[in-house]
Write a protein that binds this ligand. Structure first.
Ligand SMILES: Cc1ncc(COP(=O)(O)O)c(C=O)c1O
Length: 398
């Protein structure tokens, strides 16, 4: 029990940890962040790549936050009523979802927080959650709610389109939730109404809840339209949707999102929020309301930049030997098959970072080794042009 005077040692504290928590590795995100910090400390000139565009906040958003900072209020357990009203108007105008702001909308600390609270509410220990992969980091969220993640790999040859047969084959009597993401992260597949309806049929046959992650709803390219599952009559009743203001509405640092679904369910998730964080912070909610109610022209600028960057990166990747990818139709990533290079994703990720200052993520974090996840679409044009240049140089030296 000895350590710094009066303090217990790390070993003693480790013996106090619950086996459940000890069973978790650090998130892949944390590992990548630490390696990036180490490379930067070693003097590597790392390209400042970004996913969603982080633009300066509009003056009216800053004014709302500053005015709120003076009042120093606290919020409401479900989110400020005026924010929920603004969300309800946005859902009806942009997502064709009708949601009662009093009972069917819950504001959360980002959509990841929403997912955690929701899965805590839906799952009993050992319940299965089926989701198509490559995917966002759902494994940890499911396990944190004592559930069992069941990942179903989609194929590059199909453009990572959802495969209803493979997904249905993974359903067992323990499956409670079908967890879907649109646009798909990190593959950039944008599900159509037909894809969503096929998932609805599976959910109906097996009596599953559909959890839709629409964090990147605004990032769809080439004139496509994002379709919200809950806007499709057949799916509405069994769907609960996660939205993110940090991703889709440029409030990256504000950690705010919301959940939309059945009132009886939302009552229960709200209970979870109260028991965990009590209330969500006030100022991000003021920022969210201002963003939703203000001009939306920045969205078009964001998509134009992302499409342009997508084209530049895809063209550069097409030139590289041993590499293939599906041109993303949405989202903010390129998911790159690097098996033909003869290097593992971890080796290649480290070499690109340390030797060329190109930050990526090894594909295992998204559920498929042998790939890299590259996040670039929100970066300034010059940064993306430099990325294309560095990729060419890197491949000459492999
Ligand atoms: C698909 C997807 N869902 C959810 C999240 C979490 O977003 P938030 O910042 O709202 O917690 C992310 C973040 O990258 C994401 O890519």
């Amino acid at each position: 029990m000895s350590g710094v005077a009066g303090q217990a040692s790390d070993g003693w504290w480790q013996s106090r940890l619950s086996p459940f928590v000890r069973g978790f590795d650090p998130s892949g995100y944390a590992t990548v962040r630490d390696e990036m910090a180490a490379a930067r400390a070693a003097g590597v000139d790392i390209l400042p790549l970004k996913g969603s565009t982080i633009q300066a906040l509009a003056p009216h958003v800053l004014e709302a936050v500053v005015a709120g900072a003076h009042t120093n209020m606290h919020g409401h357990a479900r989110g400020l009523p005026e924010l929920r009203a603004a969300i309800s108007r946005k859902l009806s105008a942009r997502n064709s979802i009708v949601a009662d702001p009093e009972r069917e909308i819950l504001v959360t600390g980002g959509s990841k927080h929403a997912l955690h609270m929701l899965l805590m509410t839906l799952l009993e220990p050992g319940d299965e959650v089926v989701f198509p992969t490559p995917a966002y980091t759902y494994w940890g969220s499911v396990r944190l709610a004592h559930g069992k993640p069941v990942a179903v790999l989609m194929r590059e040859a199909d453009g990572y389109r959802w495969d209803p047969e493979a997904i249905e084959a993974a359903v067992t009597p323990r499956t409670r939730v079908l967890l879907l993401c649109a646009p798909m992260i990190p593959t950039g597949y944008v599900p159509t109404a037909e894809d969503l309806l096929a998932m609805g049929e599976i959910a109906e046959r097996h009596d599953l809840v559909i959890v839709m992650d629409e964090a990147h709803e605004n990032l769809v390219f080439d004139g496509r339209r994002h379709v919200s599952a809950a806007s499709l009559g057949a799916l509405r009743e069994r769907t609960v949707t996660l939205f993110s203001m940090t991703k889709a509405h440029n409030l990256t640092g504000y950690r705010i999102g919301y959940l939309v679904g059945n009132a009886a369910l939302i009552d229960q998730v709200a209970k979870m929020v109260e028991w965990s964080v009590l209330l969500n912070p006030y100022l991000p909610q003021l920022a969210a309301k201002a963003v939703l109610e203000g001009p939306q022209d920045w969205l078009e600028d964001m998509i134009r930049l992302a499409e342009r960057n997508r084209n530049v990166v895809s063209a550069a990747l097409d030139e590289l030997e041993g590499v293939s990818h599906v041109r993303p139709a949405g989202g903010m990533y390129h998911f790159i098959n690097v098996r033909g290079t003869g290097l593992t994703d971890l080796e290649l990720y480290r070499r690109l970072l340390r030797e060329h200052g190109i930050p990526t993520e090894p594909g295992w974090i998204s559920g498929e080794a042998g790939h890299l996840r590259l996040t670039a679409l929100g970066s300034p044009e010059a940064v993306v042009d430099e990325l294309a240049h560095r990729l060419r140089i890197a491949w000459q030296k492999l």
